[in-house]
Design a binder for this molecule. Structure first.
Ligand SMILES: Cc1cc2nc3c(=O)[nH]c(=O)nc-3n(C[C@H](O)[C@H](O)[C@H](O)COP(=O)(O)OP(=O)(O)OC[C@H]3O[C@@H](n4cnc5c(N)ncnc54)[C@H](O)[C@@H]3O)c2cc1C
Length: 368
């Protein structure tokens, strides 16, 4: 039997690639460094544990009208979507010495942002449910890829800290290129231009942190507010209603405080300041959440590198090849940042994975 195809990374891109290979009857193995699947998709319950009806510490929205491949996957997997709550007034706080102002929007948000019932994690659970359990290994972080006369050897560390190797016929790296360049050694080495391109590609949203305040009920809706707020006064710059499809009430916000400052301030002080801000924007009922959740993606070494802590926008699609000649016939990049369509987004993860699988199928002698 020939060596298997390896997918590195079990986020949306890696699992979409696995799903496509499975449907095509192609055997594969998937190595995921974390002890969970999903990558930047992370839906958790009130205690912060990954859950079937979760709050989205990573992505929450998609736009079915403009993201046909992602929407087709959502429909194919039979997942239910619901609109981001935007009914009611928005609150805008321009500067700390002025009071926040309330505004009624005359037009509906377009395109409508949609959320998945159960959280974005529903996409990951549905994809994983369709895959053979023995094809996926968690806690396996790839560190080296070596090409020799016999083929490709992949070295990885396991959850227990031991090192293992595996021979594979092709590698689909479903990992942000910047993280890949910083953490995986290629022998022969990547050429300088490729390495620089991977390093220079920002990992979308990696510099950011989200906070959630959970409440017994969505009290802001009763006051005619949508839960949407924009603030130039901070520490949160953008706030939204995060109430789940099953009715667990919550507000979430993105911090405007840069990653290095967040690290210096610390989670407790940041969350306290965020709740105080929610009181200023939504009133005294915001003061007593039943719980809070916090996730700083810039501090997560399986998403961000030190370069991501400096900020950065979404990557741009250039149409250039992602892999240099020495590796092109046995390696493809499949992470969202390498997509031709909406790189960095969920839709980009699906686009990149589908493109990478198609590339591989056209290049490699596929073991069936
Ligand atoms: C806070 C936040 C909000 C966002 N909001 C939205 C939104 O509303 N809408 C939207 O469309 N997009 C949003 N995004 C972007 C979206 O999350 C990503 O586009 C998408 O999840 C990327 O999927 P991916 O599989 O390409 O990468 P990832 O999810 O990053 O998956 C990569 C996987 O590879 C694993 N890995 C890394 N290195 C190794 C290694 N050496 N060996 C083995 N495994 C490895 C990681 O653990 C991870 O599981 C948001 C992101 C964040 C962080």
């Amino acid at each position: 039997m020939s060596d298997p195809i390896l997918i590195v990374g079990g986020g949306l891109a890696g699992l979409t690639a696995a799903h496509r290979l499975r449907r095509a009857g192609v055997a594969f193995r998937l190595l995921e460094a974390r002890n969970r699947l999903g990558g930047r998709i992370l839906s958790v319950d009130a205690s912060g544990v990954a859950a079937a009806d979760g709050f989205d510490l990573g992505p929450s929205w998609f736009w079915p009208g403009t993201q046909p491949a992602l929407n087709a996957l959502v429909c194919d997997l039979g997942l239910a979507a619901f609109p981001q709550n935007s009914a009611g007034d928005i609150v805008v706080h321009r500067m700390s010495r002025e009071a926040p102002q309330r505004y009624r929007l005359s037009t509906q948000q377009a395109p409508q942002s949609m959320r998945l019932a159960g959280g974005s994690g529903a996409l990951i659970s549905a994809l994983a449910a369709d895959l053979p359990a023995d094809s996926i290994r968690l806690g396996a972080r790839v560190t080296h890829v070596t090409r020799d006369a016999q083929g490709i050897e992949v070295k990885f560390t396991t959850a227990s800290g031991s090192e293992e190797t595996m021979r594979v016929s092709y590698v689909l790296f479903a990992v942000p290129p910047r993280l890949l360049e910083a953490t995986v050694t290629f022998s022969p080495a990547l050429d300088a231009a490729t390495a620089e391109r991977w390093r220079a590609t920002p990992t979308w949203m990696a510099p950011h942190a989200k906070v959630f305040a959970l409440y017994e009920k969505p009290f802001w809706r009763e006051a005619g507010l949508s839960g949407t707020a924009q603030s130039m006064a901070g520490p949160l710059v953008e706030i939204h209603d995060a109430t789940t499809a099953s009715g667990q009430a919550a507000l979430f916000g993105f911090f405007g405080v840069p990653a290095e400052q967040r690290a210096a301030i610390g989670e407790t002080a940041l969350v306290t300041a965020a709740i105080q801000q929610l009181v200023r924007l939504f009133g005294p009922q915001a003061a007593s959440p039943s719980g809070t959740l916090f996730k700083d993606w810039a501090a997560d070494p399986l998403t961000a590198t030190p370069a991501d802590r400096l900020g950065g926008g979404p990557p741009t699609a250039t149409g250039q090849a992602w892999v240099s000649d020495a590796w092109r016939d046995c390696v493809s990049l499949a992470g969202s940042e390498t997509a031709d369509f909406e790189p960095g987004y969920l839709a980009g993860a699906v686009d990149a994975a589908e493109r990478a699988v198609a590339d591989m199928m056209s290049r490699a002698a596929v073991a069936r």
